[in-house]
Design a protein around this ligand. Structure first.
Ligand code: PGA
Length: 265
């Protein structure tokens, strides 16, 4: 078993990305179960949920003061204005959203978002006082073409362009190989760890000491059954969970695995 040697000051972090799932009733039920199930864990692990936009308000109310963060799956990088169909920063702040996902692979590959748009969203969110989870990850074709390192580091550098040493403290990186998202195929812990090390080395180059506090999550078919072996890796600081976050018990098993990883640090 790998001994966890990560920086003990980096609290583990688990996010539940509900994507375009749940309905009003099930969103409330899920938020309620996650909030109560996280009691006693939140001291050792940061937890956030990312419901669909229409349910942000009711999920925020349901989470109450349990300590689970309210997150948004996306944002338009303006406060308000004539941007039909978009959701702006003022609205997220109004609803007490504290963290935003940017660069998720579904937005990059289905909605064709490019690195420049991802960077604009990230900078605008930080400027508004929101925390950000920046997602990066290679496709299967890119992995087979030995482009894993180049793709991840390009997305990382482009996504973080213009971020300073203070702002980077409010950023978490999620390494999410596209081929592992929603496929049931999880990256081998050692393969995920190898990419996390590359990302951490680059963060250190870019931000020196401030990089030590930046957490790097793994995402892609994390489940209750494989979370422990992933979180035991020295540079995996938590997980961004899609499918398994829709089941409160499964999600809480993952949060417990992350909290336990922190204890061993
Ligand atoms: P998954 O999704 O856990 O369903 O693979 C992860 C993600 O998209 O963040």
């Amino acid at each position: 078993m790998t001994q966890r040697t990560s920086n003990p000051r980096r609290r583990p972090y688990v996010g539940g990305n509900w994507k375009m799932n749940t309905d009003l009733a099930s969103a409330v039920e899920l938020a309620d179960d996650v909030a109560s199930g996280c009691e006693g864990l939140i001291e050792r692990c940061d937890v956030a949920v990312f419901p669909p936009f229409p349910y942000l308000q009711v999920v925020g109310k349901t989470l109450g003061h349990h300590g689970v963060k309210l997150g948004a799956q996306d944002v338009y990088p303006e406060y308000r204005g004539a941007f039909t169909g978009e959701v702006g920063l003022d609205m997220l702040l109004d609803l007490n959203v504290s963290v935003v996902l940017v660069g998720h692979s579904e937005r990059r590959h289905i909605m064709s978002e490019d690195d420049e748009q991802v960077n604009r969203k990230l900078l605008a969110s930080l400027e508004a006082g929101l925390d950000v989870i920046l997602c990066v990850g290679e496709t299967l074709e890119q992995r087979h073409a030995s482009q894993t390192e180049a793709v991840n580091l390009r997305q990382l550098k482009a996504g973080l362009r213009g971020v300073d040493q203070q702002q980077i403290r409010h950023v978490t990186i999620a390494y999410e190989p596209v081929w592992a998202i929603g496929t049931g195929v999880t990256a081998k812990p050692e393969d995920a760890e190898a990419v996390h090390r590359l990302i951490r080395a680059d963060l250190q180059q870019m931000f020196r000491d401030a990089a030590d506090m930046v957490r790097i999550m793994y995402g892609g078919s994390v489940k209750g059954g494989n979370a422990k072996e992933l979180f035991e890796q020295p540079t995996i600081d938590g997980g961004l969970i899609g499918g398994a976050s829709l089941n409160a018990q499964e999600f809480l098993t993952i949060v417990k695995a992350a909290a336990a990883g922190c204890h061993a640090a």
